[in-house]
Design a protein around this ligand. Sequence first.
Ligand code: RP5
Length: 160
Amino acid sequence: MKKVGIVMGSDSDLPIVEKAAATLKALGIPYEAHIFSAHRTPEQAKDFASKARKNGFGVIIAAAGMAAHLAGALAANTTLPVIGIPLKSSVLDGMDALLSTVQMPRGIPVATVAIDGAVNAALLAAQILAVEDEDLAFRLDEKRAVEAANVLMKDSRLEL
Ligand code: RP5
């Protein structure tokens, strides 16, 4: 199976990024996590992205806060799908990172999830890999069925 690359701009991003890793792990998807910054370590970020396809990755998740150009900088150096997680790490509650990540100019797309949306980033990565992996698609269906059953159970117990 192709791996998911998880790149974060700083170790201060770990509390949110860990949720993406846990989601991938629960689905049995191999991943590799790195701290590469678009502004502090631009060469390493570029090197990772440009070699990612050759190194067995199928999708890249990029998590960053503030002026969050990490996802775009990675996407500039690969045609693998890049999923951006804008992080709520600053005084602007993540709106800065959301706009920086989602407003990619024409030609270099980044699929942006919600602010701090690490679980959905991992699920979207899984769904991309599941296009060519029926076993994984089955596991995703099962997960949704379990979550639906949980909601229905809560509905049946609701007393207001
Ligand atoms: C971004 O700046 C990182 O992704 C992080 O969210 C934010 C703050 O980084 P630190 O100053 O905590 O290292 O590059």
